[in-house]
Write a protein that binds this ligand. Sequence first.
Ligand code: HEM
Length: 420
Amino acid sequence: MVSTINDNPFSLEAIYQPYDFFARLRDTEPVHYNEEFEVWMVSSWEHLVWVTRHPEAFSSSVFARDTRAPNPPIDEDDMEIYNFIKKWQVSRFIQYDQKRYNPGVSGPDHVDMRRVMHGYFTPKSMEMWRPLVQSAIDELLDAVEEKGQMDVMSDLATPLPLLVIARMLGIPDSDRPILRSLAKDLRFLNRVGPDRMGPLSQAVQNLQEYLGPLVADRVKSPKDDLISVVAEGERQGIFDRDMTVNNVMLLLSAGHETTINLICNGTLAFTQHPDQWAILKSDPEGKTVRATEEALRYDSPVKSIQRIAMDDIEIGGQTIRKDDRVRWFISGANRDPKVFDRADDFDVERYPNQHVAFGSGIHHCLGATLARLEGQEIFRNLANRFDTMELEIPVKDVEYDHVLTFRAVESLPVKVTSAR
Ligand code: HEM
């Protein structure tokens, strides 16, 4: 069907007013085929939850299964880079499903791969990291308080998740300058597209070169850290060496930009809703948990996830064909009025809040507890420390990265006044 509505997810409207864009898609055609990008776009909560819970119908092995030529096409000269990227993509467990759901795709089973790391990310073991998160935030906010101003992106949101995951992985503190330079490589990892292949493959190589020796060391002599946990998967024969390195890289990257976006988008929401900021400030300890859930829903850090259809299937009155690619828009689902009352309101006391910011089903975010902990501590500390937080530029001038996967500001200058 030829579309009569704007369905271009890279259009300025989709990037800058995504909630109008998704609302229109949801109201007119919640399951919609975009001819130009050859992808289904799905924006309702009900369909997103269904699909993530039916890996037999929609597989995460998008790159392993997709046998079509890349669209837009890739130059002959770039094919080597393209194949290198594809090999890297398919070595990470986020791209696998259970064998029984995924006939024909070689490699280990998603359950076995995830089990290697699962025990590390339980709520109880994550709690042990709260003091580190608190002390890192203290240090960052001391500097902000002194200046009376911050770029939320560079002064707060970028350093915190990187520091925490680096400590967990067992990356030595002396490597912090290297890590800072690798942070921009991590940003490229989630930006797959024909125009971004060069920087992406360079970023993957930089990270492989850095992580390779650390992994080799932990396979030989395990320590009490997360790299050693992944390395145990190699000792058990679940991962080969490339997979071990690339899955350590996945842990480093999966929580990086996502948590940055939670901190930036949540802080932006508070600057635009002084009444909600006042509610949080009235009881930061008591209210930060629900406020963080609402920040995750209201302006979700991850905009969309991908799947590939395993067979012809009818969904939302449309027939999706075997091997069709599908984008499931978390940002649309989290504003679905069928599920959320006053879905477009930012309400920090919202309960229940069945958002799908972390996905659902077998690929539900492994690091959700850690991300929540960091978000809660950030919003609690901001509310305790500062009386006011004011955006220093008109909100219409906040720039966003033109990507499908994330809702990512470029920078966020905010003025603060101390509560002390
Ligand atoms: C998976 C969101 C933080 C590690 C996912 C998925 C989403 C998501 C939507 C599902 C992907 C899919 O179904 O295709 C987020 C958000 C975060 C966050 C919004 C922060 C606010 C983290 C952190 C870590 C992490 C801190 C690790 C330290 C992972 C991993 C997966 C994943 C390993 C793959 C799980 C699997 O395939 O079984 N995340 N994430 N994430 N996340 Fe997160």
